[in-house]
Design a protein around this ligand. Structure first.
Ligand code: GUN
Length: 293
């Protein structure tokens, strides 16, 4: 068997086309252009690329974007005061503080400083709490992107055994939260999966992975998930983005796993473009909420 490729790039293009119309309608009806403020501290090359991609996507759909740069040695207080200023700025609807931040800065303190109504990454404890209770304001971008990709590919998760490898606050934990919800308050297919979260300390990892109907790899280790960890016919979602000597690769040993799985996301061109697209959704949502306030 050779797995069907889940083409995130094509789906993101389609969703962004749909979004362009919604952004345009909103701007016409309210006289306001949804606006995202991105904050970049230092010159991390990967972060530079991510922020450039996010801003380019904003431009494609008619969302305005701002870039606020601080030097690598900027103080935490300076960053907090920038975030506070963006919170107060009525022309800014969404705030994105690109991670990772330099080690000297307490990232949690900074992310806690973003007003929950502008927290388009869904990193603020209030928004994470709302998600865990099944009444989210925003959905976290990567989990929401994965959800969309499977939904639009006709792959249901309800009742299925989902194994998430990785317990990060950005992907593993919120994806598990999304998919274990009891009903559909978090989107049409976000509910009723049987979710197992594994991590670097899990015993019998391969055995647990082999039980998955849907396996999500989000552990940040190049080609970590091997073909013998996949049940024949399973769906494999690769959230990894690792820079190796041979170039960009995911957390899945793609060439071998694709011979066992029924469907698989490529890297690049799988989950990444959808993460960006969901950030656009959230920015429009933040602008809509403000216009109703
Ligand atoms: N760094 C890696 N992924 C992300 C993300 O989704 N949002 C932000 N702000 N930083 C990141």
């Amino acid at each position: 068997m050779t797995a069907k490729l889940l083409d995130g790039k094509a789906l993101a293009a389609q969703l962004q086309e749909e979004l362009t119309e919604r952004v345009s309608d909103f701007a016409m009806n309210n006289g306001v252009t949804p606006t995202l403020a991105a904050v970049l501290v230092g010159e991390n090359p990967a972060s530079e690329v991510y922020v450039r991609n996010k801003r380019a996507a904003c431009e494609r759909v008619g969302i305005a974007s701002q870039l606020h740069r601080l030097p690598r040695d900027a103080s935490e207080e300076l960053l907090l005061s920038l975030v506070a200023r963006l919170n107060r700025d009525e022309a800014v609807h969404g705030i994105l503080v690109q991670l990772p931040l330099p080690g000297a800065i307490d990232a949690a303190r900074v992310l806690d400083g973003v007003h929950p109504s502008k927290d388009v990454d869904c990193f603020h404890p209030e928004n994470v709490g709302r998600l865990s209770q099944g009444r989210p304001t925003f959905l976290p971008c990567t989990p929401h992107g994965v959800q969309h990709l499977l939904f639009r590919s006709g792959i249901p998760v309800a009742g299925k055994r989902v194994v998430v490898v990785g317990r990060s606050d950005i992907v593993g934990k919120p994806l598990a939260m999304l998919w274990m919800q009891k009903d559909s308050t978090c989107g049409p297919t976000a509910a009723n999966a049987t979710v197992t979260v594994c991590h670097s300390q899990s015993e019998n990892l391969a055995e647990i992975c082999r039980q998955a109907d849907v396996l999500v790899a989000a552990i940040g280790k190049a080609r970590f998930i091997k073909a013998d960890m996949i049940r024949p016919g399973a769906v494999v979602v690769d959230v990894g983005m690792n820079r190796t000597a041979e170039g960009l690769c995911g957390d899945v040993d793609f060439e071998n796993v694709r011979m066992v799985a029924s469907a698989i996301t490529p890297v690049p061109g799988g989950v990444g473009p959808l993460t960006v697209t969901m950030l656009l959704y959230n920015t429009l949502k933040a602008a809509q909420m403000l216009s109703l306030a």
